[in-house]
Write a protein that binds this ligand. Structure first.
Ligand SMILES: [Zn+2]
Length: 312
């Protein structure tokens, strides 16, 4: 099943800086159209300068710029469903938040002794922006590693993980100890992925089947180690453990390539937004243009609907 989704995300290098106009494209030959779906990766959210960090103001500013540029938030299911949810005049975008830091999802104690979502954490900011801009879509993937208490606040992990799924967000596997696969012996990759899934299972039960993507710690998957064959063979609970694998390499994945290559699905490019800006992203010519959405339910899908792998 991974094969179909694979075609979506195959990496396309951020091409030379020939600015692509953002006007709607109605008819373009399929072989010539760019199919890049940017996957933006964020880590810390902090108002103090921090490695891999950006401020709350910057995150809000990024969302505003992306919205104005015609992007629409999609999830893995949308890729598999042929971008059926993307409205006409919009183009797909994915947001990722890595590591499970406390500022990604935080509860605040209320006066009556209960708990409420911190409006200044990532989830609170996303919910606020998406409610104000319903034509932006809604969704993001939170990649969790188990080298610390995910999202902080021990005792609330189960509630937080289930809350994310309840609200329609996605959870990804960022491994058990956040060890880089570039430094870890390939024989230990299975433990890094599977032991994390055991932890997810303790908190999510059967919903662990929804954790089907991996973000490689450090953003690197070594070559020359039969990595694709090794990762493709991993399973948990009868399902593939890695339907998509994400790098951090500053590349925009191409949907066409992802749908056509299993290996491409295991090396999906992402952009570290502590090093890039939305303005820079918009200057790349590999991005899917606006206008692939359907005006009618009877119109054909812009991309064929296919599962990511054959394991589901
Ligand atoms: Zn990480």
């Amino acid at each position: 099943m991974i094969l179909p989704l694979l075609a979506i995300l195959l990496s396309v290098e951020p091409g030379p800086c020939r600015v692509t106009p953002l006007e709607t494209v109605d008819r373009v030959d399929r072989d010539e159209r760019p199919s890049g779906v940017p996957v933006l990766c964020y880590h810390h959210l902090s108002d103090r300068p921090r490695l891999f960090g950006i401020s709350k103001w910057r995150l809000r500013s990024d969302l505003e710029e992306l919205y104005r540029a015609g992007f629409y938030l999609v999830a893995l299911d949308d890729l598999e469903n042929g971008l059926i949810q993307v409205p006409r005049g919009k183009r797909p975008l994915m947001l990722h938040f890595d590591d499970g830091w406390p500022e990604h999802l935080r509860f605040l104690e209320t006066a009556d002794g209960g708990y409420a979502l911190d409006p200044d954490c990532v989830l609170g900011l996303l919910e606020s922006f998406c409610s104000e801009h319903p034509d932006f879509g809604r969704g993001a993937t939170f990649f969790v590693s188990w080298d610390k208490v995910p999202f902080g606040q021990s005792g609330m992990v189960e509630e937080k993980l289930n809350l994310l799924l309840d609200m329609g967000y996605e959870i990804g596997n960022h491994t058990y100890r956040h060890s880089s696969f570039a430094k870890l012996a390939p024989e230990l990759w299975e433990d890094a992925i599977s032991l994390a899934l055991v932890r997810f299972h303790r908190n999510l039960g059967l919903r662990t089947c929804e954790v089907r993507t991996v973000a490689y710690p450090g953003g690197i998957l070594p070559r020359g180690t039969e990595a694709e064959a090794r990762l493709s063979g991993l399973s948990y609970g009868g399902r593939s453990s890695v339907e998509l694998g994400f790098l951090v390499n500053g590349e925009v994945p191409s949907l066409d390539r992802l749908l056509g290559s299993r290996n491409a699905c295991l090396r999906v490019g992402r952009i570290d937004m502590s090093r890039y800006t939305v303005g820079k992203l918009l200057s790349w010519n590999s991005l899917m243009a606006c206008g692939w959405g359907r005006s009618s339910l009877h119109d054909p899908l812009p991309y064929r609907a296919t599962p990511l792998t054959g394991s589901r």
